[in-house]
Ligand binder design. Structure first.
Ligand SMILES: [Zn+2]
Ligand SMILES: [Zn+2]
Ligand SMILES: [Zn+2]
Length: 366
């Protein structure tokens, strides 16, 4: 017999079990990490160091590590040292603050022609991401080791996981902003960032009502790092966002934007007016944090929306090339559908080329 719907004891969202909804449980865990004292954080880091070989089990060590990185931006130096000693190379973010000695030992392993775990080592070194790693990657790309044949992509694509890459001359560029803000329920909404505002027009492909998935006020001091130069609207068809290869938005800084659906899988609309309205309604309680959050905030285990920072990729990292200038676009925002809609899952990633004033939206789900 189907259970009847009842309200979440915290937020009132309809659920089919007693207690708290999935979102509220995630938020409570995040809040518990956020209130940790410096001493508790140090103890937790020590605990991770001592149990580093258990991190691949996705249990306590793994969750603690991701949460401390996401919510307290911890230095991973000691953890990297312990991980190397035990031969642990996952998750790669462990090596983000690796000492130069640890970094060099990763490079030594990678440069062996018979290296068995080049995939993991490339990801770990991408996280280190300093000038020595750049030089190593560039040389490996031009003079590949035998193991390269077993990998699908070049080191320059691995580098993107660390938020950077390089061109054919070895010149570095960034694909992630080091600055990050979160868009959270319960934070008072203001004009800086609005999500999911209903529009009057409808999708030319499927007829679904459009929403401005993002409205960004580039004049707000918090968003200065994006260098938008004005107010930017990102109109999206919530149906085609999931049911197409990607969406392109050409924007002007006066709020005018043109949306183009690229390679729609079909032209049927699966979202009725009520579902689009629900999305807009859920988004109304979200606000941009006053202060920046840590760059890996999206990877802490809770469902959050972020501007800037690093993405929690559901599948492989996917940095699009700008259709106009060809340069790799930068991660602008990551919006988790669960927060917005009961009918969609996964994450919508927005990437930007501010030179050409283009935003690409791509969807990933499990
Ligand atoms: Zn709830
Ligand atoms: Zn559509
Ligand atoms: Zn461009």
């Amino acid at each position: 017999m189907a259970r009847s719907a009842q309200p979440c004891q915290e937020c009132g969202r309809e659920i089919y079990f007693e207690g708290l909804c999935y979102q509220c449980r995630g938020r409570k865990k995040r809040e518990a990490y956020l209130v940790m004292s410096d001493r508790q954080i140090e103890e937790a880091i020590q605990d991770i160091v001592e149990h580093i070989e258990t991190i691949g089990a996705f249990e306590k060590t793994y969750k603690d590590f991701n949460a401390l990185l996401a919510y307290h931006n911890i230095s991973t130096e000691k953890i990297a040292e312990a991980a190397l000693a035990k031969g642990v190379f996952y998750p790669s973010a462990i090596y983000r603050n690796a000492s130069t000695a640890v970094r060099d030992r990763l490079i030594d392993r990678l440069l062996r022609p018979d290296c068995k775990n080049a995939n993991d080592l490339l990801l770990c070194l991408a996280m280190c991401g300093d000038a020595v790693v750049l030089k190593t990657f560039y040389e490996l790309e031009n003079n590949p080791q035998p193991w390269r044949k077993k990998l699908h992509v070049n080191p320059s694509v691995y580098a993107q996981y660390g938020g950077w890459s390089y061109d054919e001359n070895g010149n570095r560029y960034e694909v992630a902003y080091p600055c990050c803000y979160a868009i959270l329920p319960g934070v008072p909404a203001d004009e800086a960032v609005k999500i999911g505002s209903l529009r009057e027009d409808h999708c030319p492909v499927c007829g679904c009502r459009l929403v401005d998935m993002l409205t960004l006020d580039g004049n707000d001091a918090r968003l200065a790092f994006l260098r938008l130069g004005g107010k930017v609207k990102v109109p999206v068809c919530p149906n085609c966002a999931v049911m197409s290869d990607k969406i392109l938005v050409r924007y002007q800084v006066n709020g005018e934007s043109r949306m183009e659906i690229i390679e729609p899988y079909e032209n049927k609309n699966h979202m009725d007016e009520a579902e689009v309205a629900q999305l807009a309604n859920n988004a109304r309680v979200l606000g941009l944090t006053r202060e920046p959050v840590a760059p890996f905030y999206a990877c802490g285990g809770d469902e959050v929306c972020t501007i800037g920072g690093f993405a929690d990729w559901i599948q492989d990292a996917q940095y699009e090339s700008c259709p106009d200038c060809g340069k790799t676009m930068k991660l602008l925002a990551a919006l988790q559908w669960d927060i917005l809609s009961d009918y969609s899952e996964g994450t919508l990633y927005a990437e930007i080329c501010t030179d050409c004033q283009i935003i690409t939206l791509i969807h990933q789900q499990t």
